[in-house]
Design a binder for this molecule. Structure first.
Ligand code: ADP
Ligand code: MG
Length: 153
């Protein structure tokens, strides 16, 4: 299945993209967010949370590793593993307990937690593109890709 690539010319488009993504995802699901610092991973996650009805502020859990959002019918866990020194540290925060049938795991810097985090159902990469960004979506699950193709074009 081919990747989906979408240009995001400014921050508001990144947020809107996140809102569209929210319509395509449902628990249980794990999504990896890849891309350099400042590429827009947290911004996109803010959009996803908006799409699930959360209007409050989104903190970047750089020091706490995870920020939980207990929403109606779904628990969204936003991980930022940037400062993780050793994947084993995830054992101490009880990473396994976050994986429930009603959980969506949104993981920034998944490469720092490999071996300890669930496999990704969807991978999202953000890259710099002139003054804006470009996002690439990929999944081995063809149902997910079809849904994304319909709503994210
Ligand atoms: P990351 O989590 O990848 O480190 P953040 O989302 O925290 O990145 O920050 C990204 C920065 O880029 C923010 O200042 C945000 O306003 C900006 N930004 C997000 N999307 C875009 C875009 N499509 N075009 C230009 N700037 C963007
Ligand atoms: Mg971030």
């Amino acid at each position: 299945m081919q990747n989906i690539t979408v240009e995001l010319v400014d921050e508001s488009q990144t947020v809107r993209m996140g809102q569209k993504l929210a319509a395509c995802i449902k628990a249980p699901m794990t999504i990896y967010f890849e891309g350099d610092l400042g590429a827009g991973k947290t911004t996109l996650i803010r959009g996803i949370l908006r799409g699930f009805g959360y209007q409050g502020a989104t903190k970047s859990p750089t020091y706490t590793l995870v920020e939980p959002y207990e929403l109606v019918g779904v628990s969204i866990y936003h991980f930022d593993l940037y400062r993780l020194a050793d994947p084993e540290e995830l054992e101490f925060i009880g990473i396994r307990e976050y994986q429930q049938p009603d959980s969506i795991m949104l993981i920034e810097w998944p490469e720092k937690g490999l071996g300890m985090i669930p496999q990704a159902d969807l991978m999202i990469e953000l890259d710099y593109n002139n003054d804006g960004r470009v996002v690439t979506l990929s999944s081995a699950n063809s149902q997910i890709m079809q849904k994304l193709e319909k709503s994210c074009d």
